[in-house]
Design a protein. Sequence first.
Length: 373
Amino acid sequence: MEKVDKLAPLGFGFMRLPLRDADDPTSIDIGKCCELVDIFMDAGFTYFDSARGYHGCKSEWALRKALVERYPRESFTIATKLPAWLAKNAEEARSMFDTSLAECGVDYFDYYLLHNLGESLTPPFEEYGLWEFCAEKKAEGKIKRFGFSIHDNAEELEKVLDAHPEVDFVQLQVNYVDWESDIIQSRKCYEVCLERGLPVVVMEPVKGGTLVKLPDPVADILRTAEPGAPLASWALRFAGSLPGVIAVLSGMNTPEMVAENAAIMRDGVPLAAGEYEVIEAAREALAALPGVPCTDCRYCMKGCPEGVHINTIMQSLNIYDQMGDAYRAQENYNWNTGAGKASACIQCGACESVCPQHIAIVSELERAAELFE
Ligand code: SF4
Ligand code: SF4
């Protein structure tokens, strides 16, 4: 693979922002958000990534408050996304574009994406005429670069690109754990974009935080190879070393996290050949451990009729399985699931049909109910 001279820039994902109430995703703490944005901008980075649906539809508003109303428009770039699968009809789906402009407080988007395509999620974008609609918005100058995000495999990605070669970029899930995964197919998806000359925005480079909380046997491999380097450095530099990547997104929520990630991507260098071998060893060690590949994206929870805290439950299972820490797994379960315990599940299957990681959620919930209740 071609080598890059410097790492791709860090992007700020506005989907895991600091909250005033941990149980209310809309209760974004704007004061803290402003602090995070300032650290990010001071480090010289400019790419912000939101979506109509993030944080109970409050993420774009937070972007306006913390960024747009505080910095000149030309000093940053904004990406946001249209989730057709949240709309009941074409009119409602199309109206999301103007709502996003108003919520963000801008009159154009630097990057605009159709949100989360693949298999059953793709048809509404066609049915509602959103490809043509976005082409019109681009011709009007309201979209500078048009693309889509996808969590599906390379075959689905090729289908979308064959039907819509007009896109300017693609947003993909890329990290060193999913690179060779048969389900996520990070490498294959990335190579499809590379072959077509399409720039890539990377999402989930640290796999929802999993790659900075590695179990000791895996973390020790990385720590021994480069003492003192944060675990995030391996994950972010892996994504940032890929040619054609225009931003590596991270959903950050503390000043320390923003400062650390910004320093890694500003001062770090692309991975050397020997470092890929270290990563391969860590990947193999991780694959040898049992675990649920949940990235904490929470798509599953939007449509759950019983309000099951699926992400927290998957987290508890991983603490139990991978760290072998039954006490902390139970504590996490007791404190964070509230009324949304695993036993509340009525097995309707809505969550499984939207999970980008294709997790057998229902059977994992049955296991969790047995273990923790
Ligand atoms: S299968 Fe269970 S957890 Fe999934 S959406 Fe239905 S009730 Fe919720
Ligand atoms: S179970 Fe799937 S959809 Fe739900 S949070 Fe985890 S990865 Fe996301």
